[in-house]
Design a protein around this ligand. Structure first.
Ligand SMILES: *Cc1c(COP(=O)(O)O)cnc(C)c1O
Length: 367
């Protein structure tokens, strides 16, 4: 029987094996292992790629959010608006700095923050809005920016799933006051371990985050604030520099395969992803809606096809957020999507033959 994984990281490694191994060996020989020249070079290259002044390497994408929220001054009494249809870290990090997450339901087509509902949730206490470019689909950044500018609110883009996505031809990550990335291995630009990055055009935020990542010290052993130990290592940085050079080509391959899926799935009951006009979606995940989702996933599994649910429980219904008072029924779109959506295998190396097999198996299930 065929075996098709949701994501094939080994297939990708095979395409860059020699380059990565040589670079990693150089790092081992160099004697510099954390926040060294490779991290500096990666920061410069990511800043250029996104089109911003500063990029700051940190330990992971979650820390990237925490350090940025901290640098923005979020603390007790501050509200931060985000979506419940995302990975937990988008809200968890607000709680980690003692702010209050305020959830706003998502748009049923893009799965990103619903702008009209968001306007109604802004209060005097709103300090930051965190749009999440979910699955690689850019949020509506010009409308969000207009609202934030009018009200004097920061925008922090959670771009963990969207490195290379664009809105109106301009990179995601360059629209907000700051943006964060994750280099977790499964992300479109993933390392061989944990890693993350903050990007910003704001000099003051950049400087604060650089100090926060090394225990709030500048210079070393002189502490002006309570910080964190959140540093990017040289092995990740050197591998990520190699992968960054391939990223556009890999994202284009994902987009091409998404288009093929859309076409092949047309005469099935599945709802395929929507790409809003003026947006470049990079399909971190290829998410479909299905009736009898769980039965279909089980059937695909029995035919060697791996799938996954992102995410089974929207954040407002997580046990730890029960006391926020936004119970079942309060975010109907997110609740509906959490019961209907799942991811089909998608990665740059996925073959057309495998895609045909996946779609044929889906068609068989509905027969
Ligand atoms: C992966 C992810 C994060 C967290 O990144 P880590 O590197 O795993 O800490 C945050 N937000 C979103 C939307 C993510 O997908």
């Amino acid at each position: 029987m065929k075996k098709i994984p949701l994501l094939d990281l080994k297939a990708q490694f095979a395409t860059i094996r020699e380059e990565v191994l040589a670079a990693v060996e150089n790092v081992f020989e160099s004697g510099a292992y954390i926040l060294g020249p490779e991290v500096k070079a990666l920061e410069k290259e990511v800043a250029e790629y996104i089109g911003v002044k500063h990029a700051i390497g940190v330990a992971n994408g979650t820390d990237a959010l925490v350090l940025t929220l901290d640098a923005m001054g979020v603390g007790p009494g501050d509200e931060v608006i985000t979506t419940p249809f995302t990975f937990f870290a988008s809200a968890e990090t607000v709680s980690q700095v003692r702010g209050t997450p305020v959830f706003v339901d998502v748009d049923p087509e893009t799965y990103n923050l619903d702008i009209e509902q968001l306007k109604a949730k802004i209060t005097d206490k709103t300090k930051v809005i965190i749009p999440v470019h979910i699955f690689g689909q850019p949020a509506n950044m010009d409308e969000l920016r207009a609202i934030a500018e009018e009200k004097g609110i920061y925008i922090l883009e959670d771009a963990a799933q969207a490195m290379g996505s664009q809105f109106q031809g301009q990179m995601i990550g360059s629209w907000g006051d700051a943006a964060t990335y994750s280099f977790f291995p499964t992300k479109n630009l993933g390392g061989y371990g944990d890693g993350g990055m903050v990007v910003t055009n704001n000099d003051e935020l950049a400087q604060k985050i650089r100090i926060l990542r090394v225990h709030g010290s500048s210079p070393k052993y002189y502490h002006s604030m309570i910080g964190y130990n959140s540093r990017l290592d040289e092995i990740q940085a050197t591998a990520l520099r190699i992968k960054l050079r391939h990223l556009d080509q890999w994202n284009d391959a994902r987009r091409e395969k998404a288009t093929i899926y859309n076409e092949l799935l047309k005469d099935t009951p599945l709802v395929t992803p929507y790409e809003a006009p003026d947006r470049k979606h990079i399909y971190h995940l290829y998410i479909v809606q299905a009736e009898q989702r769980d039965e279909l996933m089980k059937y695909l599994g029995e035919h060697g096809i791996s799938t996954g649910v992102y995410y089974p429980v929207p954040l407002h219904l997580q046990e730890v957020y029960k006391d926020l008072g936004q119970g079942e029924g309060s975010m109907p779109v997110s609740e509906y999507l959490s019961k209907r959506t799942f991811a089909l295998p998608l990665y740059p190396e996925l073959s057309h033959e495998d895609m045909n097999y996946i779609v044929d198996t889906i068609k068989k299930f509905y027969k």
